[in-house]
Structures are given as structure tokens and as C-alpha cells.
Design a protein around this ligand. Structure first.
Ligand code: MTE
Ligand code: MO
Length: 309
């Protein structure tokens, strides 16, 4: 018979993590449980654990935030199922701890960083970002993250590095087979990767990232369609040439490398001019670069954004 210390049992094993979090929140509000410290050590990196004091970023937007419940139950994470409700129900298929992230390729100082180490690298920031899926829905999510630029600096990219590839975890024993050419991967130009808006997210709503949102660490690029934001990253690779991506391979005419939010360039099968903000009924007009044009448009000056879609 196997007897385990309660600290070794992940909350996702006891109950769905979202339910767990709601219950913990209730307990905290009721004053029966202090937010940090009172939890057993084994829960240190479980979804819902508070990430402590955060820097409030001036890059945050002021629009009303999409409720926690919607952010964590309406997800695209095909490895955990292709319906929006699947990822939250299949969190047991991905174990976010222990976890390491490699930074490799054309760098002078390759890194293998444990998740706990990553959390302490630079002060964590809250970044409230507008997010837009290519399917036509949008959310406002208060991410917790670190600027990707600071991580890249640590690895010291070589002069020949021009692109960055992001590779998600994949385990064919537990995850979806077929659909895409796994592992899920994405890419950015090095200047896009270094843009101050680009972050690696480790949390949302001030707490450790739930599995369905890409635990323990995922990319967030708010001026691009959501598919750029590769989840549950195991490697970041610096390259000389533009990498192909899982979605480009699956549908080259539908999913481009740039993936900049552009209401003037339709998806071949639907218009991209409007979007439905989750929780709202009337559609909104989609904004150029998802509303971040002031911060990012200069990176694309002189480029034909219909060709480089
Ligand atoms: N590994 C991986 N990353 C992924 C996806 C995926 O299927 N697998 N889906 C992408 C898409 S299409 C979107 S819109 C966002 C959704 O992120 P969210 O569910 O956390 O809002 O994740 C992106 N990252
Ligand atoms: Mo998406």
C-alpha cells in the first residue's frame, strides 16, 4: 500500500484545480488560511499559489479583465484536447513540476533553468494584456511574467542569431496524437522577442499559472494572434534562419510566421475585422496590432503586411 504525505499530493489529484482554487480563495477570504506560508511545501508551485508582491507594469491596459473562470476554462491547448473545455478537464496529463527550461542554439551561455530559479531571476511583473485568438474571440488577462529580453540577455545571443524558436512540452503517451506536427512550436524575430511587451508568463491573476494556460511557463506576445503564445515551454532556441512552426506546417495559407493582429487581412475562411470579447455580446472592432501599434509598428515599417501575415 502506498502512503503519501499530503504535501506530495497535487491538488489536481484531489479535485479539478479550478475548483481547488475557488475553494482556497474562499478559505483565504474567510480568514481560515493565510495566503502564503500556510500551504505545505509540496504545493509551492501548484496552480493557485500566490506569487507574492508584483511590480505593476506601466505597459498594462486599463480595460476590464476577463473573469478568472473564463480565462481558465475556455482554452486552446490542443495537446490536452481540441475543444475549448478539454484543457481544464485534462490537467492531469501534464505535470508542471519538476520542470526545466533550456535556452540553447546560437548563444554564448546556454542555460538550463529550473522553474523555481526562473521565478527568482528578475522581479515578477503583472502585465494586463489584451489577447486576441485568430478564431475571433478576445480576452483581457492579468498575466504574471518576466520580460523575455532579460532571459535572452542571460544567455548572451551570438551575432548570427536572428530568430527565436519556442518549443512546447510533448508527451505522446499522455497527449493528443495527430492534428499537428508535435511538439507545438512557434517563432519570433529576435527584435520581436526582445520587444518590451514580450513576456514569459508564469502566472495569472497573481497566482501560479494553471496547467490549461500553459504551466509552468509560456510565451505571451500581445500584438500577435494567440497561437504565437506557445505553452508549457521546454526550450527556447536561437537561430539564424526563420523556423517553421506547427501551425504554418498545418495550414501555410492560413497561419503565417508574423501572425500580427491585422483587421485588414482576413483569414482565408473568415473576416478578422471584428472580435467577440469573452463575456460581451456586441462585437468590437479589432485594432491594428491588437491596440499595441505605438509600441510595435516601427518593427514592421516597409514590410508588406499582406504578404508577411
Ligand atoms: N502548446 C500549445 N500552445 C498553445 C496552443 C496549443 O494548442 N498548444 N494554442 C494557442 C492558441 S490558438 C491560443 S489562442 C492560446 C490560448 O491561450 P489561453 O488558453 O491561455 O488563453 O494558446 C496558444 N498556445
Ligand atoms: Mo488561438
Amino acid at each position: 500500500m502506498l502512503i503519501r504525505h499530503p504535501a506530495d499530493i497535487l491538488p489536481s489529484e484531489i479535485t479539478d484545480s479550478a475548483v481547488y482554487l475557488e475553494r482556497r480563495r474562499f478559505l483565504a477570504q474567510a480568514g481560515t488560511l493565510a495566503l502564503a506560508g500556510a500551504l505545505p511545501a509540496g504545493l509551492a508551485h501548484a496552480a493557485g499559489q500566490s506569487l507574492g508582491p508584483l511590480i505593476k507594469s506601466p505597459l498594462s491596459i486599463g480595460e476590464s479583465q476577463t473573469p478568472y473562470k473564463a480565462v481558465t476554462t475556455y482554452n486552446n491547448f490542443y495537446e490536452l484536447g481540441t475543444d475549448k473545455e478539454d484543457p481544464a478537464q485534462n490537467t492531469h496529463r501534464l505535470k508542471p513540476a519538476p520542470w526545466t527550461l533550456r535556452i540553447e542554439g546560437l548563444v554564448n551561455k546556454p542555460q538550463t533553468i529550473g522553474i523555481e530559479q526562473l521565478l527568482k531571476l528578475v522581479p515578477l511583473e503583472e502585465r494586463i494584456y489584451r489577447m486576441r485568438c485568430v478564431e475571433g474571440w478576445s480576452m483581457v488577462i492579468p498575466w504574471v511574467g518576466i520580460p523575455l529580453a532579460s532571459l535572452l540577455k542571460l544567455a548572451d545571443p551570438q551575432g548570427s542569431a536572428k530568430y527565436v524558436e519556442f518549443i512546447s512540452h510533448y508527451d505522446k503517451a499522455t497527449m493528443t496524437r495527430g492534428v499537428l506536427d508535435w511538439p507545438y512550436n512557434e517563432g519570433l524575430r529576435l527584435d520581436e522577442a526582445r520587444n518590451p511587451l514580450t513576456i514569459l508568463a508564469v502566472g495569472l491573476y497573481g497566482e501560479v499559472l494553471p496547467v490549461q494556460n500553459g504551466a509552468p511557463v509560456r510565451l505571451v506576445v500581445p500584438w500577435k494572434y494567440g497561437f504565437k503564445g506557445a505553452k508549457s515551454l521546454v526550450a527556447i532556441r536561437l537561430l539564424e534562419k526563420q523556423p517553421s512552426t506547427a501551425w504554418m506546417k498545418a495550414g501555410p495559407s492560413e497561419y503565417g510566421f508574423y501572425a500580427n493582429v491585422n483587421p485588414e487581412v482576413d483569414h482565408p475562411r473568415w473576416s478578422q475585422a471584428t472580435e467577440r470579447r469573452i463575456g460581451e455580446f456586441t462585437k468590437r472592432k479589432t485594432l491594428m496590432f491588437n491596440g499595441y501599434a505605438d509600441q510595435v509598428a516601427s518593427m514592421y515599417s516597409g514590410m508588406d503586411l499582406r504578404r508577411y501575415f
